[in-house]
Design a protein around this ligand. Structure first.
Ligand code: PLP
Length: 216
């Protein structure tokens, strides 16, 4: 058994325990990792992956998609408007819609390409000035803009809570927001805090180092 296979088993067991019967998507975050690492995970039955960059994801996964047609790829990193066309073609899920210009660009890209990836909004739940995401006080108008003006189907929220703080209150707040806006997907929790996120209502967790080991 490879380390990746072993790690995956352990993470899946921990998810099962923390999620108590709910069906959870484990997103294996493979950024900076090699195709061989991804292959190890695929051989261990993993089918859902997350990448931060459009180019890197395309390079790694174009070939693998032919071999594994049931593979699902999430964009979890920031997206530039000029890469929207490519992003809707490469990814099944885009988790990081976070500003009006990007919502517009993605809506255009969907019309142009005919691809309809699942879309989430990234929330800057800690209201941190340096961080990507929509702050809570602007969420209402942004969701309305994305849904009504751009015509986008937004079905989820994602967040990265402030580092070096207890994430629990932020996760609880995200769950409240997701319920309020009738979002069926709630993406939160990483290697260090996914069990906490699941106890707070995450429907999917994004685990990188816990599966693939530390990144260079
Ligand atoms: C890298 C990354 C992860 C995975 O983080 P780990 O701590 O390695 O599990 C999750 N979410 C996002 C948005 C990331 O950029």
């Amino acid at each position: 058994m490879t380390d990746i296979e072993k790690n995956l088993r352990e993470i899946r067991q921990r998810i099962e325990k923390a999620a108590e019967e709910r069906a959870i998507d484990l997103i294996a975050v493979s950024k900076f990792k090699t195709i061989d690492d991804v292959r190890d995970a695929l051989r261990a039955g993993q089918r859902v992956f997350g990448e931060n960059r459009v180019q890197e994801a395309r390079k790694k996964f174009v070939e693998l998609r032919n071999e594994y047609p049931d593979l699902t790829l999430h964009l979890i990193g920031p997206l530039q408007t000029n890469k929207a066309d490519e992003a809707v073609q490469v990814f099944d899920v885009i988790q990081t819609i976070d500003r009006p210009s990007l919502a517009e660009a993605v809506a255009k890209a969907i019309q142009k390409t005919g691809k309809t990836p699942r879309l989430y909004i990234e929330v800057n739940i800690g209201d941190e000035p340096q961080k990507a995401g929509v702050v809570e006080k602007e969420l209402d108008s942004f969701i309305d803009f994305a849904r009504s003006v751009c015509g986008l189907v937004i079905s989820g929220l994602m967040c990265i809570p402030p580092q070096s703080e207890n994430p629990e209150p932020y996760f609880h707040r995200m769950k409240t927001l997701a319920d309020h806006y009738k979002m069926t997907h709630l993406s939160m929790g990483m290697s260090g805090d996914f069990e906490m996120a699941l106890r707070c209502g995450a429907t999917e967790v994004r685990v990188g180092t816990g599966i693939f080991g530390v990144r260079n």
